[in-house]
Design a protein around this ligand. Sequence first.
Ligand code: ADP
Ligand code: TRP
Length: 330
Amino acid sequence: MEIVVSGIRPTGNLHLGNYFGAIKSFLKMQEEYKCYFFIADWHSLTTHPKPEDIVQNVNTILAEYLACGVDPEKATLYIQSDVREVLELYLYLNMNAYLGELERTTSFKDKARKQPNNVNAGLLTYPCLMAADILLHKAAKVPVGKDQEQNMEMARKFARRFNTIYDCEFFPEPQSFFLGDKSVKVPGLDGSGKMGKSEGNALYLIDDEKTIRKKVMKAVTDSGPTEPNSEKPEAISNLFSFLEIVSTPDTYKYFDEQYNNCSIRYGDLKKQLAEDIVAFTNPIRERILDIRQDTEYLNRVAREGAERARESARKTVEAVREIVGFKSGR
Ligand code: ADP
Ligand code: TRP
């Protein structure tokens, strides 16, 4: 069975972008592949979180994964820092990664710009740690959003390079995976760009009804089309993208026709959209609230997941040690 790996950093609550860009694929893939889904807590250290926040942040994402339907009986769900083997693989990959190529990645340049006083070596070698996460289980497929494409290219490059240097066919080249025929980008409600935790434009799965209605009613619009069948400006097209994601095809068609014959009332569209988002997120939100309280269950899921992940990780790292030249047997 093909192996699937993906991770999310515990840097805040999950939002609709995370759900439709990543989690929705996880739910489908856990039925068909051998899946490892993890919480990338070591990755979150690049921004120096407070020690007392880390466990809380990890438990939040763990509860949210479970509430969305990631099933620990079907997929191995674990916390990255429970599987130390990844650090050894990270070291080997670091030895074959060049300063120039790491400095050239756009995510490094972006992050260095965002935190000029903390351009640490972990930020530079982020793609090596991400490649180690993936190669640790010799994954063939990685469900991620469009923004991870460059990191995925690096992972493929490091896999290829390892195989070439050691003249072996050890690591498969991991492919990005998205549902349908293209990757999803969930927009923000602020008129442009993508929904993101740090953009201040996110609709969170944990948001209550009132919050969601308020955020949706505040979404940017314009004064409406003046000519039939005119092209939709970005802010309006974003609202329609949302309808496409959470509403029925009939609802989409209804408002699309109204737009095209210039009779659209954005207030009505937003009301319907808020309704449909609430209907989608409410059951998830209730499950999050339940699961988050059950620390015993969360600990058990993490413990069992770590055991299974370690088993797979140990096999890979032992083989890699041999390939690199550290013969065991002492
Ligand atoms: P954020 O950008 O909000 O910090 P992460 O970087 O933790 O989110 O992303 C976790 C996963 O969710 C990744 O696979 C990423 O590609 C996906 N993702 C995040 N935001 C979006 C979005 N707006 N549309 C589609 N996918 C997204
Ligand atoms: N870099 C990813 C992000 O920012 C998170 C991540 C870390 C990841 N390791 C991974 C995703 C391995 C897929 C596979 O969203």
